[in-house]
Design a protein around this ligand. Sequence first.
Ligand code: E4P
Length: 217
Amino acid sequence: MKFFVDTAEVDQIKELNDLGMVDGVTTNPSLILKSGRDILEVTREIADMVDGPVSAEVVALEADAMIEEGRKLAQIAGNIAVKVPLTWAGLKACKVLSDEGNMVNVTLCFSANQALLAAKAGATFISPFVGRLDDINLDGMELISDIRQIYDNYGYETQILAASIRTVNHACQAALIGADVMTAPPGVIKKMADHPLTDAGLEQFMKDWAKTGQKIV
Ligand code: E4P
């Protein structure tokens, strides 16, 4: 499973990237706001640091304007994935931008039918938002599972990018279902290393080691 980091905070991306944990990065207008940075500047910095796809989102609502913005974002670096919303205009922009050879991430997906349309429009990635479905008492993981089945039924190559991953359970469930990629905030990725039995076991080993009076180096 590929890990994308869902943030525009350069320092946090760098820490995980140095560990080999980063296969790509996703940003959105809210994350750009949170970073306090200029979109073109911060996206360039991230794209220079990371080898994999870096998603940068258009903000226009009409297809032609989305295409114009998408072309500009794609010029930032060779590894930019242009992010467009899953609207009819976004699907039109997806088709044009992907036909031009750009990676396209279709975002704000909340149904299997939307995901089917994105695949037909040539999306490189489809981003179903798990956490936001859970927020309204629906099952985000069921959506990942439905999309996996539909894409496998027909051999669509669009990659399922499980997004709005908020918990370590989300991460594990998405991997079990077979999402190609998950994007999660740095904190969630780091929490995947935690287990209380690891902490307890380590504490016991340290106590026993101290009693041996030995040193390794
Ligand atoms: C992904 O591309 C989105 O930016 C992100 O996962 C949304 O997550 P949120 O619902 O926690 O804001």
